[in-house]
Design a protein around this ligand. Structure first.
Ligand code: NAD
Length: 494
């Protein structure tokens, strides 16, 4: 990476972030905008089109026209792959610009944007452009001179609604398979982080995607553009990543027009370390799992359970490492933890830290770092002694605050891991392969890591059980969601 320059302090020029409808950037119908704020400085850096139901109408109509009349829905996988992989190529060409935009919007360290989010966004397009051609259709021969084939067709107009924690990464995780299956898209990015979706629209146009196939409407959720999208009669499916409570609201709104829904929701991952684990791996990984992206990751190992024989040792080592985390300017390459996404979110995290102080023991952190300026900087916190039923352990904090609890037996570890409304992911650290099998079977989560965290193969199913979601993304699971199966049965003369 060459040097990245931040906009100069008080001379910030506000970036205009319009909607993108039918191949053109366009202001909101109301001409209203709202500010998007840099979490590291507290200053506005962009003016975002405030889209509402009328803008969703325009985008859904453009998407539907493109679907009904355009070539995209009828192209072969190979023809679509040429455009979709070009989008991935252009993301790499624009890597620095996109990384800077992502960090300015989210407050995450620039290294994470540049080496993590933006690379993965390009990979999402490259992966699905190749993988879709392996998506087999089915054929059966039931009786003599009879053939039944099951084909896959586009769904039509798909609404994609995405969160602020990994904005481009998670939007492209939906956009790439959705495009490969021949659909048209209306994307509603999170209101806190609209910048990279705006830049992506330019890339999509340059890659040669026909007008109307990809549209972006900015705005808010409940009562705003997000809700309008979930109620729109032309929109046939909603793929949503965000909070569990929002998923429930979307399910109710989308039921009116009976849309397909796929939900990737909240998490409260258990990270379980047994005494026979390789602690030289387990402890630094527990640190990353709890504090990467300021703890704002659905897959975070946000509850750490440690076998009692090694409990004191793990707490001491981990607290030592947490105290050394470099919190600061997200644009500095030395920074390990940046700013939380918004002042509101920081207040929410601080309210949980108050619960932690009242009910348990604070070992480090938990302070607002005012010396770093007006940004949303918190020192990473570690707590022990909290009861398993505490709101601190039950609710998703989505911030840099980790509780550690001891356990005495395998059964107790399983019970603690499952003592949560969520069921997205869990990690198990042990050298006993039989224990791995027993725990993987009994822990209720969509993804289990053994002696690792965050490892992914994009072909495997990604998603959660219980309050963590409905459906799966990844590989053929995404392609199935973004397509309709149709059976064609025929007789022929023998
Ligand atoms: P959120 O639910 O507040 O917002 C997500 C998106 O939904 C935004 O674009 C928002 O404008 C929109 N929205 C809000 N209310 C809406 C409504 N009534 N109708 C339609 N759209 C609406 O979530 P967030 O705070 O942006 O993101 C953090 C959450 O996302 C956490 O709970 C986190 O665990 C979850 N998440 C889950 C995964 C996963 O893969 N399971 C990945 C990342 C984040």
């Amino acid at each position: 990476m060459t040097s990245l320059k931040a906009p100069a302090g008080n001379k910030i020029k506000l970036t205009q972030i319009p909607n993108f409808i039918d191949g053109s950037y366009t202001p909101a119908l109301s001409n209203q905008t709202f500010e998007t704020v840099n979490p590291a400085t507290g200053e506005a850096h962009g003016l975002v089109a405030h889209g509402t139901a009328g803008d969703i109408d325009l985008a859904a109509e453009a998407a539907n026209r493109a679907y009904e009349t355009g070539p995209w829905a009828h192209l072969s996988y190979a023809e679509r792959a040429r455009v979709v992989s070009k989008i991935g190529d252009l993301i790499l060409v624009n890597r620095e610009r996109l990384a800077l935009a992502e960090t300015t919007d989210t407050g995450k360290p620039i290294n994470e944007s540049y080496d993590g989010d933006i690379l993965r966004s390009a990979q999402n397009f490259h992966f699905f452009s190749q993988f879709a051609s392996t998506f087999a259709e089915e054929a059966y021969s039931a009786g003599e001179n009879e053939r039944h084939i099951a084909v896959r067709e586009p769904v039509g107009v798909c609404g994609l609604i995405t969160p602020w924690n990994l904005p481009l990464y998670l939007a492209t995780w939906k956009i790439a398979p959705c495009l490969m299956m021949g659909n048209s898209i209306v994307l509603k990015p999170a209101e806190w982080t609209p910048y990279t979706a705006y830049l992506l629209a330019e890339i999509v146009r340059e890659a040669g995607l026909p007008d109307g196939v990809f549209n972006v409407v900015n705005g808010f959720g409940a009562g705003g553009a997000g809700e309008a999208l979930t109620r729109h009669p032309l929109v046939r499916s909603i793929s949503f990543t965000g909070e569990t409570s929002t998923g429930k609201a979307i399910m109710a709104a989308a039921s009116g027009s009976l849309k397909k829904v796929s939900f990737e929701l909240g998490g409260k991952g258990a990270n379980i370390i047994f005494a026979d684990a390789d602690l030289s791996e387990a402890i630094p990984t527990a640190l990353r799992a709890a504090f990467r992206n300021q703890g704002q990751i659905c897959l975070a190992g946000s509850r750490l359970f440690v076998e009692r024989a090694i409990y004191d040792q793990v707490v001491e080592k981990l607290v030592g490492l947490v105290k050394k985390i470099k919190v600061g300017d997200p644009l500095s390459k030395e920074t390990e933890m940046g700013a939380l996404v918004s002042a509101e979110h920081m207040e929410k995290v601080l309210s949980y830290i108050e619960i932690g102080r009242a009910e348990g023991e604070l070992h480090c952190g938990g302070e607002r770092l005012e010396a770093l300026g007006a940004g949303n900087f918190l020192s990473p916190a570690v707590f022990t002694g909290l009861p398993i039923g505490s709101r601190f352990l039950q609710e998703e904090i989505f911030g840099p605050a980790l509780p550690i609890l001891p356990f005495d037996s395998e059964e107790e570890a399983i019970a603690m891991a499952n003592n949560s409304p969520y069921g997205l992911s869990a990690s198990i650290w042990t050298s006993d392969i039989n224990r791995v099998h027993r725990l993987s079977k009994k822990i209720k989560a969509g993804m289990i890591w053994v002696n690792t965290w965050f490892a992914r193969d994009l072909r495997t199913p990604f998603g959660g059980q219980k309050s963590s979601g409905i459906g799966r993304e990844g590989g053929r699971y995404s392609l199935e969601f973004f397509s309709e199966a149709k059976t064609i049965s025929y007789r022929y003369k023998g």
